[in-house]
Ligand binder design. Structure first.
Ligand code: SF4
Length: 322
């Protein structure tokens, strides 16, 4: 075992077993997102700055969309969507119908009604609209004041570095936005995944890319056994008690480090690993109800499957970070 953050250990042996599965299956067997799917993202022909603004805004909004007993889902003429799919579907629709929505000036003066008119539909209401509007106004205001109103300037000032000493690297520059201030840098790495995947940013230090640790990735890490909560942290998770920010951060940082080891040992880039695990968490290793272990590539090495005990991720709703 490798010592992790307080209350959580990283299990190096489990990481090696999962890495072996990934090596044997090969990168080609993994599920990946199509970042040019116009249902969810801007078209290939869209301008660079417009696309950067789109992703900066959408990732800022991308946290906790459904709550117990209240799912964020709706049917549009082209299909039914829920959670992040619905958010990005409505975001892409807005991009086509009203691209000025993503301009810093409009964001800085966004109202709750203006936000709701774009991201609530057909009975699907988004939780915490006041917080999400605050985050977008903050982005609009700071883009104007600090970065000449352009996300491209944020990237230029990073010099192509994700992390750089003494800075600033891209993570430092993003951290000034309230939506991107979280200590685990989940939203920052999701934004980086999108802009690297769209060919809008080529980091000089790709070895510093980590997975964005959302709730699916925490749950899968716990079930696979690549991280193991101990003591009080374990009790809080098993009893699904709301944890405080410190405990949440410790769990996610341990998961991030375990996935970093997994990416290195398997040879699968963190961006692809995240695509695959995110889809896996929504379709196979689901939170509610029995996971579909029979369809899972990791079933032979999964600790939860061996014990037939499927731990959920920890409970932490009071945040806009994940
Ligand atoms: S075997 Fe089952 S519990 Fe384990 S990762 Fe796969 S779906 Fe999840």
């Amino acid at each position: 075992m490798v010592a992790g953050d307080e209350g959580v250990v990283i299990r190096g042996g489990a990481v090696e077993q999962v890495a072996r599965v990934l090596r044997e299956k090969g990168v080609g067997s993994l599920n990946t997102l199509d970042l040019f799917d116009t249902r969810f993202y801007p078209p290939r022909s869209a301008g660079r700055e417009d696309v950067l603004r789109y992703f900066l805004v959408m990732v800022a909004l991308d946290h906790r969309l459904s709550r117990p007993g209240r799912r964020y889902e709706a049917c549009l003429p082209d299909g039914c969507y829920h959670g992040a799919d619905l958010l990005y579907r409505l975001g892409a629709k807005t991009f086509l119908e009203d691209p000025g929505f993503y301009s810093p000036a409009r964001l800085a003066s966004l109202t709750i009604d203006g936000f709701r008119s774009r991201f609530e539909i057909d009975g699907a209401s988004i939780p915490d609209p006041e917080i999400r509007v605050m985050l977008l106004r903050d982005i609009g205001f700071k883009l104007e004041k600090l970065y000449d109103g352009r996300v491209g300037v944020v990237l230029e000032r990073s010099g192509g570095w994700i992390r750089r000493w003494p800075g600033p690297g891209l993570l430092d520059l993003l951290r000034v936005f309230r939506a991107y201030e979280d200590p685990v840098e989940k939203k920052s790495f999701l934004f980086i995944k999108f802009i690297v995947g769209r060919g809008l940013y080529q980091p000089r230090d790709p070895e510093n890319i980590d997975v964005p640790v959302d709730n699916h990735l925490v749950r899968i890490a716990l079930r696979l056994g690549i991280i193991e909560p101990v003591g009080e942290t374990r009790r809080l998770i098993e009893e699904w008690v709301e944890v405080d920010r410190e405990t949440d951060t410790a769990i996610r940082l341990a998961a991030r480090r375990a996935y970093r080891l997994l990416a290195r040992e398997s040879g699968v880039p963190p961006t692809l690993l995240d695509d695959h695990l995110w889809i896996h968490g929504r379709t196979i290793c689901i939170r509610d109800g029995e996971p579909r272990c029979g369809d899972c590539m990791f079933r032979m090495v999964c600790r939860a499957n061996a014990a037939k005990q499927y731990i959920r991720e920890h409970r932490h709703y009071n945040t806009w970070y994940y």
